[in-house]
Ligand binder design. Sequence first.
Ligand SMILES: Cc1cc2nc3c(=O)[nH]c(=O)nc-3n(C[C@H](O)[C@H](O)[C@H](O)COP(=O)(O)OP(=O)(O)OC[C@H]3O[C@@H](n4cnc5c(N)ncnc54)[C@H](O)[C@@H]3O)c2cc1C
Length: 354
Amino acid sequence: MTRVLVVGGGIAGVATAVALKGEVDLVERAPAWRPGGSGLYLPANAVRALHALGVGAEVERRGARITRQRMLDHRGRTLVDVDLEALWGDVGACVAITREDLHEVLRSALPEGVARLGVGVTDVDQDGRVTFDDGSTETYDLVVGADGIDSTVRRIAFPATEPRFLNQVCWRFVLDGEPSQTGWTARLGSGGRTFLAVELGDGRIYCYADTNSATPSAPDGDWRDLFADFADPVPGLLARATDAYFAPLSEIDGSDWARPGLVLIGDAAHACSPSMAQGGAMALEDAVVLAELVREDRVADYTARRAERVRWVLSQNHRRDRARTLPTPLRNLVLKLGGQKLVRANHAPLHAAP
Ligand SMILES: Cc1cc2nc3c(=O)[nH]c(=O)nc-3n(C[C@H](O)[C@H](O)[C@H](O)COP(=O)(O)OP(=O)(O)OC[C@H]3O[C@@H](n4cnc5c(N)ncnc54)[C@H](O)[C@@H]3O)c2cc1C
């Protein structure tokens, strides 16, 4: 039997351990599970992967089904209104859910004793010998680096690959008591500013705001002032946003993901801009595909199996980011005339099974 170590207990790592039916060791550096306090929009290909892991029904039950994706200008005029059921067809439902709920559902499918918390990996050698942060070592047939954008495993195995700052920074928060906010609605301002609100069910909404930035640090002053020209309901939502998470946005563009006995998955391999909300989806698909290849003893095929799809997502993120930073009148025209076609084209190859 292949001895597998999964490094990292985020979406990618826990999903991989679930897909391998718990026949793995999983180590997570943090002393407690802390999936972050915001929300996630899961496009239909992410939800399909969750069904393949056996937890799709519970995710659909806990989250909110999202059937329309609307893009408006910052004054609230509609630019594009996409029917997601028509867009995705048989692939299935799109769902929005809190990160805690998604992580909890994934963890509930993990057999007892698989995950060890408060254990970090500090080194992996060419023979699969892993060093943990308490100085102990253990040898595995396969080490899966699911340790996020600042991956230690990637730094050791592929030191030339570095995250690239995307010249965007963002803030995220969740509010409750907002039953009038439904579906998925992005409001686009000038200079690449976006304010997104996504329904999470039970009157909760997940809000995400981003803007172009020359540096990865938070701008001086109250960030909410950057969105002061946005029409209702944005001012009211921002007034309640006292606890937003700030993050610079970066991506990893490359496909150095595997060497004998070691594979990178999720953000460790290919962190991407949230423009298409495909980061979680790619992580979940990675888990499903990798588990299949481990069972068939074909891990060497992993990069070939995933590279084209992941490359597509990154290129479509770039295309969307370019469209939304056009001068405002041109952007509005492009989205009004071609937005439906753009969104359909962005997602077309993702209909096929991974
Ligand atoms: C602003 C923003 C919004 C997003 N919105 C969406 C969305 O709406 N939908 C969507 O699908 N995706 C979205 N994404 C992407 C998504 O969040 C990520 O793709 C996904 O969470 C990646 O999961 P992961 O498990 O690969 O990495 P992570 O969640 O980063 O998990 C890595 C884990 O590894 C642990 N770790 C790190 N180093 C070590 C070590 N040396 N030893 C042991 N453990 C270690 C960390 O503590 C962490 O728990 C968004 C991303 C951003 C930045």
